[in-house]
Structures are given as structure tokens and as C-alpha cells.
Design a protein around this ligand. Sequence first.
Ligand SMILES: Nc1ncnc2c1ncn2[C@@H]1O[C@H](COP(=O)(O)OP(=O)(O)OP(=O)(O)O)[C@@H](O)[C@H]1O
Length: 792
Amino acid sequence: MVQLPLQSQTVLSTNPYLELNNQGEVLYFELKKPQHILGRDPNVADLVVPQHWNVVSRCQAVLRQDGVDYRIYDGDGQQPSSNKLYVSHSLITPTEGYYLNHGVELQIAQNPNQLIQVRYFNPSNAHSVTTPTTYTIPLKQRSVLLGRDPQANLQLDTPTVSRRHAIIDTDNQGRYILRDYSTNGVFVNGKQVTGSAVLTNGAKIRIGPYTLVVRDDNLEILDQGDRIRLEAHDLILETKGKRRLDDLTFAIEPGQFVALVGGSGAGKSTLMRTLLGIEKITQGTVQINGVDLQKNFNLYRTQIGYVPQDDIIHRELTVAEVLTYAAKLRLPPDSNLPTVVEQALAAIKMTHRRHALISDLSGGQRKRVSIGVELLADPKLFFLDEPTSGLDPGLDKQMMQLLKDLAHQGGRTIILVTHATANITECDRIVFLGLGGRLCYFGTPQDALQFFGVNDFSDIYIKLEQELEVVKYALQFQQSSYYQKYIASQISFGNIQSTKSFAPTPKQISFWQQWLLLTQRYWQLIVRDRVNLGLALFTAPIGIGLIMLALRDKTPFVAGDEADSTLASLALQVLFVFTCAALWVGLSSSLQEIVKESAIYIRERLVNLGLLAYLASKVTILSALAIVQTLLMVAIILLGFKSPEPEIISWPLGLGITTFLTLLASFSLGLLVSTTVKNSSQANSALPLLLLPQIIFSGVLFKTEGAINKLLSWLMVSRWSVGAYGTLVNVNSLVPLPTQLPDGSTIPQPFKPSAVYNATWENLTENWGLLLLHTSVYLLLTLLLQKRKDIF
Ligand SMILES: Nc1ncnc2c1ncn2[C@@H]1O[C@H](COP(=O)(O)OP(=O)(O)OP(=O)(O)O)[C@@H](O)[C@H]1O
């Protein structure tokens, strides 16, 4: 919060007066009478604004003297005005009005490109100063630093703002130039600044939640963004002809705690995703402080908190580690991370459990940590999808109270989906949806009981089981006094222009920073899961050790003194086991790796996670794992089997490269499957299905004859892996010379030499090249499929 002494404008007299600022055009009105009317129509109003100020209604507001000051009412004191009157984005009603103190600032309309600032001054009662919400600093002839730094000329103290976020200088033509040095970016007139931007008079600058405006030679805070009002206008969502949201209109005031309730399939989650800006709507708008959310999602993506139904935390980390990684990923690198993490821990009342592993926490505590992750960025608009599901009644109550406190004490607007109604009275408003996304009620929980004529909330669910009843109540609600009170009088029907949309290119910490962070986190997750790590490292060596036992003193890769017609087949079988072992461990180490954290990925991607950095961190750690797996496999093979004579390349080196490339291709295939399956159990079921064709079409157990079989074998990692091993061992050379029978014929050999195993460089590099090609194609497909999951 910026708190500075009021920089008052020209004082006209000692009488109270209003200052109206319409995008830089300023008017003053002295207040002398017991009642004044502000408006555009001279027949109605005595404080008349010019006709082209069409944001102002014909009768915009009534001011009635109240002691030495005035109280202001929206519209004519009975009917609201079109664009409404707000104080810090909270609606001022026609009937209750708002008491004016010296220095207070109101707005007509909300959209920063349209709104008119109204300031009230009373020089004779200036001691009752309220903290002014506006702060102006001069820009002329100096360098102005904007940021979180206490030394900044304009301190913007919120976690998503960098210490030195941007600097405004004057160039030699007298123009103001803004340079962006931040992590989360600067938007000027809705466009993201790349490097620098010229600021013209009236330019709107967005930095984190703040909206600033250049007025003449000053920079003014137009909105601190710490209070968010949300309006849904005529929301309709249809999918394949089926209506999922049916013309919903309502407004949620800053700091309200709101529950979306209704029967299963009524559309609660759909509505939440729509309000959150991540579900495309067929018709209607969602406005955040008067700005169309869907068209300006990037402006708000770091300002909105969202806790989906699934936990968005890794179970292998401790509470403090989860919060620290999330803070490093989401906040500017110059943030005071320990303090931010401490504050989040305190807000979720988990300071005492900071070192506990997430897997050791209860469901309610895990949910609290997910909430803590979102609180790091101090969002003023917060969505939660069923945060109390699975909690016992006591925990349900604690969670609802925690959320209520976060809303009321932190000034946050909190919207949650819930099925639990035991503590619904903690909410300020409930949105009751019926089948087909119909609005059956909007208002306080207490009035809901009256409207439906019941004593218990669960009875409302029973009443709304039948679609006919839903239609009846939706209509009844529209005609009720509750609709007038909670919706009609709260909605602004002004002509709201939507600000220009722009390409969604959120700025994020650099690729390398994200990669390093994600790699560190992934490494920690892998080493914490000791059992899986042990299986990943030792399964293949154990498998190979078992073959050694089975073969006893046979040397499959080296021909003995006596001709053995089965030796080549045996060598190929053993090499095939190497391939299968590498395939098995490669696939099983990677199949779960994307799907198991898909909820976390989707949430982090929505904030600022880079897809390339994410996949690169997976490939880095899995490659490191593959190197260790390779070393172990090579070591056991060298120990257990007599090495063949090197023909092209040394056996240990060739063995190592082939094993590593097989592992690389296998884990890439695993990642590809992990990105396509829906859940972890599908990933597990996929393993045999993936291995079977690799075994059948490897060319070892069956000859790959015919075009289709050949093509299929080309698509198998196993074919190229066993091809490379066979080339290194020179399997063809293990076939003894055919024994001639007295009649001149020869005894048929069990193994016919194949061109696939020709011991040449070309053959070896072709096999390795194809393994690399498989790897590249799988990773590219993984990237594309993962990209397709993006909401924007
Ligand atoms: N992606 C989608 N495409 C088409 N229809 C969908 C989609 N997602 C949900 N629906 C349908 O929209 C309706 C509302 O679903 P939604 O999940 O929003 O309901 P809900 O009230 O949150 O239900 P629950 O309480 O069971 O979670 C349902 O009929 C559902 O089948």
C-alpha cells in the first residue's frame, strides 16, 4: 500500500468541493446546498458535466449534507446509475450511500480506460482525512524508479513486483521512456513492453496489480489492484448443443467470501473455470474491476490464485520446500523468499509443521499447503475447487473459517465450489446452480433458506433434483425481490468497452533459471523416493545377473575351440535380454513422470511455467539416471561375460553407448505415453502393452518378413538396440563354418547370418542414429502433446 500525504489540487474555497477527473480533463464543483445532484442532464442536475462525458448518467449521484460533510448516493437515490459509483471497487448503492471524508476518492465506472475519478475535499474538516488512494509523483527531468524497493520513487509493495521493476527517464526530445527490468513484465495500454516504451499523455501502465496513468508530467496510481470486484454478464456456455451455463449474471464485491453450490453436474466447476478465465464461453463477459478478463488474461494471470480439486504439491517434499520452490518459480528472483514463505506458513497456520513431509500430512493440512502455495503471490482474487472435500466436519469448519478470515482480513475476494453445506453460513453470498447451469439463487445464505422455504440447506438440493423444478425456481428467482436486491441493483449496465486483446506472452524467469529450479526439484523428488530409485537402478543388473546364473560357464560372445552351431542364437538371446532390460527400466522410470504431477503442471503452467524448461528438466534427470543405469549394466556385463574381440570399437565403450541410447529412447517413449494417459493407473497398464510389440518385432524371436512386419520393426526401439549390440559382438562371426556331409550337402544352421548384424561402422552408426531418431521424435511429440494441453 502506498501511503503518502495528500497532494491536494487547487482549493477553491473553504466549502467542500468535488474534483472530477475524466481521463485527464478536470472539473471542480463547489458544494454549498443541503442537496446536490451530479449528472449530465441540466434539467435534473445542478452539478452538470459536459455532454461528451457520457460515462456519467443523466442523473449520476445525489449528495446530501450529513453534518459538516456529505453522503453520496448512486443514481437518483432510488434507481442506480448505468455505470455505477464505486469506492475502491466496492459498489455504492442508491439507498445506503457512502459517507464522504476529506480526501476520499470514488470512481464512476470501473474500466481504467473509461472511469472518472471523483475526489471529495472539505478544507474546513481536513483533520478527518482518510488515506488517499491516489498518489502522484512528478516525472519531469528525473529518473523515476518503480518497484518493491523501499528506495524506489514509487514503491509498489507486492510480491509479484520486482525490486527494481521499471525506470522512467526523459529522453532528449522531452519524451518519457519506460524501461522494463522486471520478471513479471510491464504492460502499457494493454501491450506488454519489450525492453522499453514511450509513454504518451494518458498512457495506462500495468505493473502487477497496480494501474498507473501518465497525466501531464505526473505519474499517478489509478488503482492499487488490492480490491477486486468481479461481474459476470449474461454468461452462456454451450458444448455440442448442450447448455452448461445458462445466462448467468451477478456481481461479487471486493472482500466477499462466495460459495458456488448445487447438485452434482449442475455446472459449479464450469462456472468457476469461467470466472477464472480458463474456460472459453459462448457468450457474455467476466469483468474484473471493469476489465474483460478473457481478453486480458495475461494482465491478471499472476494476480489470481487457484486451488484445483487435486493437490498441487509434491508429496515427497516438506511443507517449507514446497513453498520455497513455488516462490522461486512464481516470484521475482529478488524477492525476500524466507519472509514470503514465513508469511504464507503463518496465513495457513502451518508454521509448526514446516519440516513435515507432505505425505505425512492429513488431507486438510495438504489442502492448506496448496492454499499456501497460492498465497505466496498474495492474490486478491482467489478460487478454490472443493477445498473441503474429504474433510471431517471439524476440519470443514476450520477450513471455512480460515477462508473467511483470508477474505475479510486480507481484503481478498474468495470464490469456492463446495458440496458441504454445514458451514455455508460463513459465506457472504451463495450462488445456487441447478441442472443445465441455471441460476436458481444468488444472495446471502440466510435469505436462500427463505427463498426456497426450507430450514436446512440440504432440502434445497432435494427441491432442485428435477429439471422442471430447476426451471421453476430459476424463473421464480428472476422475478423475486432477492434478484432485485442482490443482482439487478448491483450490476453495471453501462456501455463497457472491452480493452484490446493481445497475444498471451507472459514473461517468466529465464529458461535457464526455471530449468535449474525444476531440475533441482525433480532431483529431490527422485532421491526422496528411495524404493523406486533402487528399483530403477538395480532391476537391470539383477536381471542380467540371473542370466549369468542360467548360463553358468558358457561364453555366449566368444566362440570356443569347438564349433558350436547354437552359439550365435544364444548370443543374440543374451543381447536381447540386455535390450529388454534397458527398455523395461527406461519405460518404468518415465511412464509416471508427467501424468503423476499433471495437476501441478497445469497450475504452474497457468502462472508462468515454461514448457521447454519443464521437459528439459525431465530429460536432464532421466539422462543422469540413464548414465548411472548404463554404468551399472556395463559393469555387471563386463564382470559376468567374457568380452568379445573388438571389431569396430572397444566392447565396453560400444556396450555403454548402445545401452545409454536404448535407455534414452525408452524413457522418451515413456514420457510420450505419460503425456497422453489420463492417470497413473493407465500409465501402469500401458507398460506391458508397450513392451509386447518391442519383443515381438525386435527381429530376434521371429523373422520380420513382409512389408508390414518390416515397417513395424523399424518403429521398435528394440530392433535398433539389439541390432547395435549384435553388430558390436559380430553375431554373424559366431556361426561356425557349415559341416559338409559325405554327399556334399551341408547341415542346416540354426542361425542364418543377417545383414542387420554386419560388423561395420555404417551398420553400427545406423542403429545408433535410429535410436537417436526415435528419441527425438518421441520428445518432439511429447512437447507438442503437452503444448496442446495449454488453455491459451
Ligand atoms: N469438457 C466438457 N465438455 C462437455 N461437457 C462437459 C465438460 N466438462 C463438464 N461437462 C458437463 O457439464 C456439466 C457441468 O459439469 P461440472 O463439472 O461443471 O459440474 P459440477 O456442478 O461441478 O459437478 P460436480 O459437483 O459433480 O463436480 C455436466 O453435465 C458435465 O457432464
